[in-house]
Ligand binder design. Structure first.
Ligand SMILES: N[C@@H](CCC(=O)N[C@@H](CS)C(=O)NCC(=O)O)C(=O)O
Length: 306
């Protein structure tokens, strides 16, 4: 059999499977999207590895289906049509969800605030597309960007299906974090008694740690750095982390025994400080234990790849 004939048969088989999978009258993946590319299994596996938005979109809602998808990618098929195979594997409901559920657009760069927003989207399992904004090139100052955030600051999200089905444009990394938490129902303690501690921890992470890190970075990068000013910000930031280290000696996470938005917020500040000024978080075993545990989470790992 020629290679072309083999691929044609394979294609027919996969599409047939997609149609058979859909036992209801709902539109199938085949109706919604035509196959666009034949991929080798290696290319397909790579696509799965690279496709964080696809994972973010499907994995939380369809963990079993996702595993099935991964298994198929591992060996069963030598070739596949990626646009057909993904929904076909997931059955009609997931297929509809996959093709119809609109994405959130994230405009960000790998700064602490950008990380905070992306960690929120990944951890909350919300489907999104990253639009990288190159701050050095001034991409945050274009008329299009300023229309989304007149302050010219990343991160910004555009949720094409916000409350009431209407689009929402949102800046401020902590607002985005809370928006994602509310939208997904994750990382906000249900018990009202634990909410004050969560709010305090969230504000400390978002309004003490991150702005001081930002001020420190600006003074370090100034054309003519003023060492005493740099030192003031370094001391201040280290003292905040020292308090966090003490807190994390008493509680597993920032606001108690469960991971909340406060942890996701603090993590962004800790990771950036550890990367840029490691001495400011050194010698803090509880903070290190906490930071290493959280940063090993697959969703966080995905969020850090800018
Ligand atoms: N409070 C804002 C701060 C955002 C912010 O400072 N963004 C920085 C990057 S971390 C930025 O876009 N700077 C570019 C500029 O101001 O020109 C938030 O939490 O999102």
């Amino acid at each position: 059999m020629t290679k072309v004939a083999f691929l044609a048969l394979r294609l027919a088989g996969i599409i047939g499977w997609a149609v058979r999978d859909d036992a209801t009258s709902r539109p199938t993946a085949v109706d919604l999207k035509k196959p666009t590319a034949l991929l080798t299994s290696e290319q397909f596996k790579q696509k799965l590895r690279d496709n964080a938005p696809l994972r973010a979109r499907l994995e939380p809602q369809y963990p079993d289906t996702w595993r099935q998808l991964a298994v198929q990618a591992r060996g069963k098929l030598n070739t596949c049509v990626v646009t057909e195979l993904q929904p076909a594997c997931c059955g009609p409901t997931a297929a509809e969800h996959f093709w119809r559920n609109p994405m959130i657009d994230l405009y960000a760069a790998g700064t602490s605030n950008g990380m905070r927003a992306r960690i929120a989207l990944e951890e909350c399992g919300l489907p999104y597309k990253l639009n990288f904004i190159d701050l050095a090139k001034g991409e945050n100052r274009t008329p299009q960007f300023l229309a989304m955030n007149p302050n010219g600051q990343i991160p910004v999200i555009v949720d094409h299906e916000g409350p009431g089905g209407k689009p929402v444009t949102l800046s401020q990394s902590t607002a985005i974090l809370l928006y994602c938490a509310e939208k997904s129902g994750k990382f906000l303690p249900k018990d009202p008694a634990t909410r004050p501690a969560m709010l305090q921890a969230l504000m400390s992470a978002s309004t003490d740690v991150t702005p001081i890190f930002g001020a420190l970075t600006a003074t370090v990068r100034a054309k003519e750095p003023h060492p005493p000013t740099v030192q003031i910000f370094k001391d201040r930031l280290r003292s905040f982390f020292k308090v966090w280290d003490g807190q994390l000696a008493k509680t597993k996470y920032a606001a108690g025994g469960e991971i909340t938005v406060a942890d996701l917020s603090l993590l962004a500040g800790w990771l950036r400080t550890k990367g840029a000024q490691p001495e400011l978080v050194e010698g803090m075993p509880n903070l290190t234990r906490w930071g290493e545990e959280l940063s090993a989470r697959p969703a966080v790992q995905r969020a850090l790849k800018f």
